[in-house]
Design a protein around this ligand. Structure first.
Ligand code: ADP
Ligand code: MG
Length: 249
């Protein structure tokens, strides 16, 4: 039994069957990559895991509990955190203020944006946020406006904000999309470090095969809404069906 068990999931948008018969098991403490051409249904599948979409058919179990029908914040409290395709940080706030928001939410179960001006007096939250920034190697950037950072650092901050929730499952949707090579390599190193240092399972959607083969323990290829093949990175590399799916892109 994997920590995440997806069974017979289907999702239709009007006349388009975006997902059909998706079966996927993610083993605890592994990195599982989901690859596939544009429009294969990768983001749709992720949206079904975090409560943004409800599948028409099938089940999604996390650690033995169904996530279906739960609100995104409840799923987050169950231990699933998600990094979006474009960084979701507050550009006008400083790096430290950004990090304080999830730390606040972790402590209180919710965060009231109006409370921000008094946040600096909440020393426990401040300490936790600083600790997380240190872990992310970003403490020296704490007073920078988040918008002024490089794409790689924005991503680093966002991943740190997710980790402050102490998730057991981290979901990443194309975390290196639009990044320069140096930022991509930094992100790979960061994810390797997280994998080595934490009890965490990572499911990653990724286009960049260099990233996939640097990190993944297992790879599922999704094509036209359904898994084509699942195997180890070594076996996926030369798989004729995989090459076919990519040539068709
Ligand atoms: P991927 O992430 O693999 O590129 P997506 O999951 O974003 O693919 O999309 C799968 C298919 O579903 C695409 O054809 C896309 O246009 C369609 N789709 C995704 N979301 C919606 C939506 N909210 N409404 C209608 N169609 C959608
Ligand atoms: Mg996508």
């Amino acid at each position: 039994m994997g920590i995440l068990e997806i069974k017979n999931v289907g999702k239709r948008f009007g006349g388009l069957q975006a997902l059909s018969d998706v079966n996927l098991s993610v083993a605890e403490n592994t990195v599982h990559a989901i690859i596939g051409p544009n429009g294969a249904g990768k983001s749709t599948l992720l949206n079904c895991l975090v409560g943004k979409l409800i599948p028409d058919t099938g089940s999604v179990m996390f650690d033995g509990q169904s996530v279906l029908g739960r609100a995104p914040f409840e799923i987050n409290q169950m231990g699933i955190s998600r990094v979006f395709q474009t960084p979701e940080i507050f550009g006008d706030l400083t790096v430290l203020e950004n990090m304080m928001i999830p730390c606040f939410a972790k402590r209180d179960g919710a965060f009231e944006l109006n409370a921000l001006p008094s946040v600096n007096r909440q020393t426990d939250v401040l300490e936790r946020a600083m600790h997380m920034l240190e872990e992310m190697n970003m403490a020296d950037k704490r007073n920078m406006h988040a918008a002024a950072m490089s794409r790689g650092d924005k991503r680093r901050l966002e991943i740190g904000m997710c980790l402050s929730q102490e998730p057991r499952l981290l979901l990443l949707d194309e975390p290196t999309a639009g990044m320069a090579r140096a930022d991509t390599n930094n992100t790979i190193d960061l994810l390797k470090q997280i994998k080595a240092e934490r009890d965490i399972t990572i499911a990653i959607i990724e286009h960049d095969m260099h990233v996939v083969f640097s990190l993944a323990d297992r790879i599922t290829v999704l094509a036209q809404g359904t898994p084509l093949v699942e195997d180890s990175p070594e076996n996926i590399k030369g798989h004729p069906k995989v090459r076919e799916a990519y040539l068709g892109e």
